[in-house]
Structure formats: C-alpha cells, structure tokens
Design a protein around this ligand. Structure first.
Ligand code: SAJ
Length: 428
C-alpha cells in the first residue's frame, strides 16, 4: 500500500486516483478548483464518463480517496494536469510547472514522480528533472521520475485505463521499473518500458497519426464533393484492402488531444513537421467548409433561414465540448441564420443558449447533425419533419439513416458526398 498524490482531477486524474484507491492505496486527489474538490469529497463527480460515478463513489466511500486543494507528503506523485495550447500554438507547460513546484518541498528520498500529462518530447528529462534536482535531490537515485502517458479514449476511459497497453518512460531504466511495479497493480494490459523522451514522442505520434489520417479523409471528402460521388463509398471500398484504413471525414477535429498534440511538434520542429502542420490546417478548416455548405444548402429557402444544430460535443456520446468544431460552426452561423442548438449531453456552458429538441426543430428549415450521439439514431424523421418548416438534413457524420429521412420527405446532404439524392448501393 502506497500513499499517492494525484495532481489534477480531470478526465484522467479522477479515474486514475479512483482506480488506485479501489486497489488499496491511500490516495489524495488535488485540484485547484474548490468546486471539484467539494464535489468529489461529497461522493459526486463533475464529469460525465460511463462507470466513473460508481468507481469514484466506491473510492471515496472506502475512505481511500479524498480531495484537497494542496498536495501532502506522499510516496508517489502523479501529475495529470492539462497541457493546453498557448495563443501562439505552443504547449503551455505552466500547469505542469506549478504542480512540480507544489510537490518539490514535499519530496524525500525514495519517492516516485510520474508525469501523465501529454507533453512535448524532452519535458520530463529537460524541464522536470532539473527542477527537482534544484532541491538537492538527485533524480534517478534519490527520486524516481517517469513519463507514463495516458492513452484512454473519452467515453471508454475506465475500460481502456485497465486494458490498454501502457508505455512507461523512465528517467533511468530503474525509474521505469519502479513505475511498472506500481501500475502493474491496476493495469491488465501489457506494459512497455522505454526512456522518458521516447515515451513522450510515442504518445504524441499516436494522436498525430490519427490527425494526419483524418486530414486525409477530409481531403478525400473535398475531392468527392467536387466529383459528385460519396467519400463514404470510396472509403468502404478502399478499406476492403487488408492494409488500408482510411479514417472518416467530419466537421473538424475536436477534443483536448488530437487537435492539440500535433501542434507541440509543429512548434518544436517548424521546419521538419510539414505534413503534420498541413494536416492540422486541413482539419482546422473543416468547420468553415461546414458553414459554407450549410449556407449554400439554405440558399433560396428564406430571407431568415432557421437552423437546428444537433450535437455540440466534439464527438458522439460525450459531454466534452473542448475544441469542439461545433463551437466554431455555431459562431459562424449565428449572425447569418436563426439558430437553435440541442445536445442531449450538453445542457449549458458553450456561450450559446441551449434548446430542447422540440424547441430546436420547431419551424426549422435545416437540421445539421454535428455529433454522432447514439440518441440521434432513434430520432423519428416523420415526427421531426412535422415540426420543421423545410425538410432539409445536413449530416456531417454520415451516421443517420438517410433513406428513412428521404422517405419522410427530407432532402439529405452528407458531408464528404457531392451526391444529394442517390442511394448508396446495397453492396457497398
Ligand atoms: N474524428 C474524425 N474522423 C475520424 C476519427 C475522429 O473526424 O475518423 C474526430 C472526432 O469526431 C473528434 C476528434 O476527431 O472530434 C478526436 O476524436 P477521437 O475519438 O479520435 O479521439 P479523442 O481525442 O477522443 O482521444 C484520443 C485517443 N487517441 C487515439 O485514438 C490515438 C485516445 O486514445 C487518447 O488517450 C486521447 O486522444 C488523449 O488523451 O490523447
């Protein structure tokens, strides 16, 4: 049993703290927000994530997890604070630096410090180790230091936290082994040991790989819209090849990971990370394309068209709106059309008033679907159509049943497809 201090109680810190606590460790969760600390101590949680409420409540109920505003002396310190982008698209490491500074006075020989936050390659070795070293303790012998990047998918965090393979990058091989001994107690997936800079770059490249491939899919969508065919059909067919996995076009890339991490490389290697930079720009341009297409679909409909936006989170079935392309799309449309916004997972907090489903579709001319929430699959097109003034649908995820909407009298437009009315052949 160890005493563990987890700094940052967000999407990664809270599940991690809860998991260690339910595995018998005494965990103190630290957050700068009093609201977060109070919420957790009262057995509630402040984020939506399947299974997390039950796990966190069990952890707090067992007496092994409590939250506070300041860290306390512990055996292990796990840093799970945000590493957002600065205005100039560099990595803002100030939260990491603040966390390290907060624990430095508490450190004693034999302690283990782990950075989980996604950070530019070199952060653990060249920033954190020297900071700790200033305290007279030698990193590698007195203090063990590692980078252990989180790799979990929002919406599946608990399952992936336990089952995913984990990379542990040690400041020294011994640091990696000490960290492995700790995480081996809560993780069922394989653990791979390496050095801290390799671990940092491996983590960023996972998300960069995805960003570049989404950019490729988005570019394919542009070609297909021009050709008057469907990128979704092209992808379906091309992906029958055993070594091809084209990703999916969409309204843009959101979330705090994929739309952020590649910039860390662009910032650090402006002359080398060219493909990465272009992909970022391609994906960042998608919201503007959605706005333009929506306005062109609406041309001639009415002087003051009414639009219902469905889904503002950055992807389906989560309540997270960080970097969501929907925010930019709403911003771009709100002065040009009458806009109503509905999301079953997001009730407020986007700087735009949310509507109920009924309010959103009432007298609308166009329904734009931006997030692929499962709830939307159960929409009854006939019922929606009755409330709308004009039956237009723009599906930016190609996930609604277009045939059902067409049968209910809708004209269906799909992002990545220049083909408005044609059915996808059954064989594809
Ligand atoms: N998206 C597309 N097309 C696709 C796939 C995704 O447009 O084919 C969009 C989504 O709609 C969303 C964004 O990209 O807006 C990112 O969503 P995502 O589900 O791909 O990824 P995240 O950001 O939720 O989580 C990622 C994961 N990384 C990888 O899959 C390589 C997760 O495992 C990481 O732990 C997480 O980033 C993180 O914290 O870094």
């Amino acid at each position: 049993m160890k005493s563990i201090c987890v700094l940052g109680l967000g999407y990664i810190g809270l599940p991690t703290a809860s998991l260690f606590a339910t595995h018998g460790h005494r965990v103190l969760g630290v957050d700068i927000s009093e609201r977060v600390v109070d919420t957790i101590n009262s057995g509630e949680i402040h984020i939506e994530e399947p299974g997390l409420f039950t796990l966190a409540r069990a952890a707090v109920g067992s007496g092994n997890l409590r939250a506070d505003l300041l860290p306390e002396t512990s055996d292990v310190y796990i840093i799970c604070v945000p590493t957002p982008l600065t205005d100039s698209k560099a990595c803002d490491l100030s939260f990491v630096e603040n966390a390290v500074e907060a624990i430095i006075p508490l450190l004693k020989k034999g302690d283990l410090v782990i950075l989980e936050s996604t950070s530019p390659p070199g952060t653990t070795r060249d920033l954190i180790a020297p900071m700790i070293g200033q305290n007279g303790l030698t990193v590698g012998t007195d203090i063990h230091l590692s980078h252990c990047p989180e790799r979990v998918l929002p919406g599946r965090i608990l399952k992936e936290l336990i089952e995913n393979a984990r990379i542990i990058g040690g400041f020294t091989p011994e640091c990696a082994r000490v960290t492995e001994a700790l995480y081996g107690g809560i993780i069922e997936g394989p653990i791979y040991l390496t050095d801290c800079t390799t671990a940092e770059l491996a983590k960023i490249m996972e998300n960069t790989y995805r960003d570049v491939n989404i950019a490729l899919a988005n570019e394919l969508g542009h070609l297909c819209e021009d050709l008057g065919i469907s990128a979704w059909d092209v992808i379906n067919l091309a992906n029958k090849h055993p070594r091809v996995n084209i990703h999916q076009p969409g309204p843009g890339v959101g979330g705090h990971c994929i739309s952020v991490d590649p910039w860390f490389l662009v910032d650090k290697f402006p002359d080398l990370a060219k493909l990465i930079h272009l992909s970022r720009q391609t994906n960042d341009d998608q919201p503007e394309r959605v706005i333009e297409r929506a306005l062109s679909i609406l041309s001639g409909v009415s002087d003051r068209p009414r639009v219902a936006v469905f889904g503002v989170s950055y992807k389906g079935n989560v309540d997270d709106t960080r970097e969501s392309p929907a925010l930019e799309i709403i911003e771009g449309l709100k002065d040009k059309v009458e806009l109503r916004v509905y999301d079953p997972h997001v009730k407020s907090g986007i700087g735009y008033e949310m509507s109920s489903l009924e309010e959103a579709v009432s007298d609308a001319d166009l329904l734009i679907v931006l997030a692929d929430h499962n709830d939307f699959r159960f929409l009854a097109p006939e019922e929606l159509g009755k409330h709308m003034r004009t039956r237009l649908l723009f599906d930016t995820r190609n996930f609604l049943d277009a045939k059902r909407f067409r049968d209910a009298g809708f004209v269906v437009h799909t992002l990545g497809s220049g083909n408005v009315e044609t059915e996808t052949p059954a064989s594809v």
